[in-house]
Ligand binder design. Structure first.
Ligand code: C2E
Ligand code: CA
Ligand code: CA
Ligand code: CA
Length: 273
């Protein structure tokens, strides 16, 4: 038993070494990618507006094309960027890409994702607003997606930053709505423009989740908020959501996230209202 234990420990130790090595290499490679402003760029997922019956906006999503490993998922590299302090550079790169798209598609609005670290950082609103000004883009065309905990957290820094951005016209959306701990009643106390209903609810829109989604949409309506359904994959889901009064649909049914050129082609073909 003792020998087996030692053996197990040795294997475990070796595995940890391997994980650490891989992690350090990813950190190093991510630093390099951001320093050289290569490898990382935004992809764009078109969003369908039920009201306009067409594509009216999109969400910019960070992509890392690693030279040896191919695409690495944001769920892997965003937390690393946050830990090693590079999330600000990453967010700036995605915003820059997003601005250049908004300059090319003047009728379309754009959503970006903000990490809690960005939203709580002092210079964030001014960095965003000066980037928009540099590109001569109306702040009303930009929406920033934040997490529920930030929107409801009552954290002084993020509250003030959200207020600064909204005063300048930037819209704020709550991402993955319904997955946090907030209750509907608190929505009235925050300054937001949209809720994005999490995919986990949309998956069951024809079943268990239907009354919940209906309640979310009605609550949003009553408060003057827009709604987007995330992760719409089937026609049945789309029909059910439109019938419930959902404003916008996003998901593989409408389009997967696309590289800039493919997205521009799509919008130029069908994107006009
Ligand atoms: P998110 O903001 O909730 O983005 C939606 C995710 O769902 C995206 O994954 C998108 O590709 C995926 N998705 C969209 N439609 C469907 C669908 O119909 N079915 C399925 N199965 N998935 C769908 P992605 O691009 O891998 O991003 C994962 C997360 O990484 C994002 O979740 C967001 O939290 C974060 N992220 C991505 N880009 C950025 C960024 O530039 N900055 C920050 N801070 N976070 C980012
Ligand atoms: Ca998002
Ligand atoms: Ca989301
Ligand atoms: Ca998510």
């Amino acid at each position: 038993a003792k020998a087996a234990g030692r053996n197990t420990f040795a294997i475990f130790g070796g595995h940890m070494d391997e994980l650490l090595r891989r992690r350090r290499k990813l950190e190093h490679d991510l630093r390099l990618a951001l320093e050289t402003r290569s490898q990382i760029e935004a992809f764009y997922q078109p969003v369908y507006s039920a009201e306009h019956k067409g594509l009216s906006s999109m969400e910019a999503l960070a992509r890392w094309k690693h030279p040896e490993e191919g695409f690495i998922a944001p769920d892997i590299f965003i937390p690393i960027a946050e830990e090693i302090g590079l999330i600000h550079e990453l967010g700036a790169k995605v915003l820059e890409d997003a601005c250049s798209v908004m300059a090319d598609l003047p009728l379309i609005s754009m959503a970006i994702n903000a990490s809690a670290l960005e939203l709580c950082s002092d210079g964030y609103p001014l960095r965003v607003l000066s980037r928009l000004a540099k590109w001569n883009i109306d702040p009303k065309r930009l929406e920033i997606e934040i997490t529920e905990s930030l929107a409801f957290g009552g954290e002084a820094h993020s509250d003030r930053n959200i207020a600064m951005l909204r005063n300048a016209g930037v819209r704020i959306a709550i991402d993955d709505f319904g997955t946090g701990y907030s209750s509907f009643s608190r929505v009235q106390n925050v300054m937001i423009d949209r809720i994005k209903i999490d995919k986990s609810f949309i998956d069951a829109v024809q079943g268990d989740s239907k009354p919940l989604i209906e309640a979310m949409i009605n609550m949003a309506r009553a408060k003057g908020l827009k709604t987007t359904a995330e992760g719409v994959e089937t026609d049945e889901q789309s029909d059910a959501l439109v019938a419930l009064g959902c404003d916008s649909l996003q998901g593989f049914l409408i389009s997967r996230p696309l590289a800039r050129a493919a997205m521009i082609d799509l919008f130029n073909g069908t994107g006009k209202r």
